[in-house]
Design a protein around this ligand. Structure first.
Ligand code: ADP
Length: 471
């Protein structure tokens, strides 16, 4: 089977969050299962582009509204990612470093989708599956079936995976003139709430829709940033497939971004060395249990709760815990996390920004990983932390509920709480501090976590099985 994944992110070319990790890994595992999996993504001015060799495979041009845009498709020459990687360049539109957050995101990603289909339309043969990811590719299933110029793509099954339904790419109907022509009476197929809504459009038009965990799909029926009725209506063609982790990248016994490698046999000393490095860098006391947070500093992740929760937990535990935060996002949260620093020197520190290498060291060197999310479609952080023997402390929501069992329950290995509140977070931190005193129990639990199998193998097969039902 030949599958083409179309996505705004792909690790290691450009990653903002879990979408990048998934699109950088899933195709590799599909290739290993004997299929041809390719990725098409937009160009960003990133080191990967300068450090690797590319060849031109297609040149095209398209109208986006009144503007004629030239575009190139280039292919990475040396199979660096374990699958064919194609990059779409549109001079003047796709040339920034940032993946998101440009003033013209709607135009950039609409143009990306049109150029992507123009390119696929030009292929001599056709892929078996077009697999789109998140709203930046959400208009593709509609355009494939309804835009006159893509008639040759009409019968190819499209799969749309929702990594996060909070972001929907909504834009005004005045942007309709960007799209290639289709029957005007079909506008309802891309409309939601009197706007063009790429996420809603994909749910309506894709042959099949998946979410990145089964629990998240259930939650979307009741809470989906306005799309709840649509999810309920289309439930029959939706399913949840849990993300996996790429063990070639996330493995404490081979990870070259950490200080000391470790495995099931020597994790106690291995983790201690990584923790020491981390504590030296951030001036923390390595004797105390270390609670960390990694992620986008947004309310969905519960990051707004961190400053007060950290302050309170340090007092409640009588200064028996250390805290470290890595992330960037909403300015006020970044500011609040910086503001508490002078009061908590030696007990709390943060790195405001994005740092892949540091994230690996934090997974390896921390004792506990905090995830007080309000919304969590799958969550990869808890899966990485389990693999690195770091106990996740999670709010039971979405994929977190699907993957973390409280150590107080049969077979459990993590800490789970109910409300995204300061009280629940502090209570869980107190439980962590108490557990830290019970060295044998904590180490038994660490061993148990590290043995869990959340690799991509099973999930990649589930996608293949799904594609087969659509052929
Ligand atoms: P989301 O996609 O909602 O941001 P996920 O849990 O699915 O959340 O994936 C987050 C990914 O992004 C993980 O690989 C995590 O380690 C990484 N990440 C998030 N913020 C940072 C950061 N500031 N620096 C390095 N890695 C980060």
């Amino acid at each position: 089977m030949e599958i083409i994944h179309i996505s705004a992110e792909c690790y290691p070319v450009a990653k903002v969050g879990g979408l990048g990790d998934v699109v950088g890994a899933l195709p590799k595992y599909q290739q290993e299962k004997g299929h041809i999996a390719k990725v098409l993504m937009p160009f960003y001015k990133r080191p990967f582009m300068a450090e690797n060799e590319f060849e031109l495979v297609h040149e095209g041009g398209m109208w986006i509204g009144n503007d004629w845009r030239h575009f190139d498709v280039i292919k990475e020459k040396n199979n660096k990612l374990g699958f064919d990687l194609y990059i779409l360049e549109i001079p003047g539109l796709l040339h920034q470093e940032n993946v998101y957050g440009e003033w013209n995101d709607s135009e950039r990603f609409t143009a990306f989708q049109i150029a992507a289909l123009d390119w696929l339309n030009s292929w001599q043969h056709k892929p078996d599956i077009i697999h789109c990811h998140d709203h930046q590719t959400g208009l593709i299933p509609f355009m494939m079936t309804q835009c006159f110029k893509y008639a040759s793509l009409k019968n190819i099954p499209s799969v749309f995976t929702i990594h996060n339904a909070q972001y929907q790419g909504q834009m005004g109907w005045d942007k309709m003139y960007w799209l290639p022509s289709f029957d005007n009476w079909k506008t309802g197929m891309i409309d939601w709430n009197h706007h063009i809504n790429p996420m809603a459009s994909a749910i309506k038009n894709a042959w099949h829709v998946t979410t990145v965990s089964p629990g998240y799909l259930q939650e979307l029926m009741g809470s989906a940033n306005g799309l709840e009725p649509l999810f309920r209506q289309e439930a029959g063609k939706c399913s949840g497939i849990l993300n996996g982790i790429d063990t070639a990248v996330w493995n404490p016994s081979t990870d070259d971004m950490i200080t000391a490698h470790y495995n099931l046999k020597n994790f106690v000393s291995g983790k201690r060395k990584n923790k020491q490095t981390l504590c030296d860098i951030f001036h923390l006391d390595a004797q105390k249990p270390l609670f960390s947070f990694i992620g986008r500093l947004v309310d969905d992740k519960g990051a707004d709760l961190l400053p007060e929760a950290i302050l309170r937990a340090i007092n409640e535990t009588n200064h028996h815990a250390s805290f470290l935060v890595l992330g960037s996002g909403r300015g006020e949260i970044e500011g609040a996390l910086e503001q508490i620093k002078p009061h908590l020197a030696g007990e709390y520190n943060s790195f405001i920004g994005y740092n892949e290498r540091l994230s690996h060291l934090i997974y390896a060197g921390s004792d506990f990983l905090l995830m007080p999310s309000r919304v969590e479609p799958c969550g990869l952080n808890q899966l990485y932390s389990l693999k690195y023997g770091t106990m996740p402390i999670v709010r039971g929501v979405g994929g977190l509920r699907d993957t973390v069992i409280d150590f107080g329950d049969p077979g459990g290995y993590g800490i789970r709480f109910v409300q995204p509140s300061i009280e629940d977070i502090c209570h869980s931190i107190n439980r962590g501090v108490a557990l830290y005193q019970d060295v044998k129990k904590l180490n038994d639990l660490r061993r148990q976590m590290m043995k869990l199998d959340f690799s991509w193998d099973t999930s990649a097969q589930q996608y293949i099985d799904l594609y087969k039902t659509l052929k």
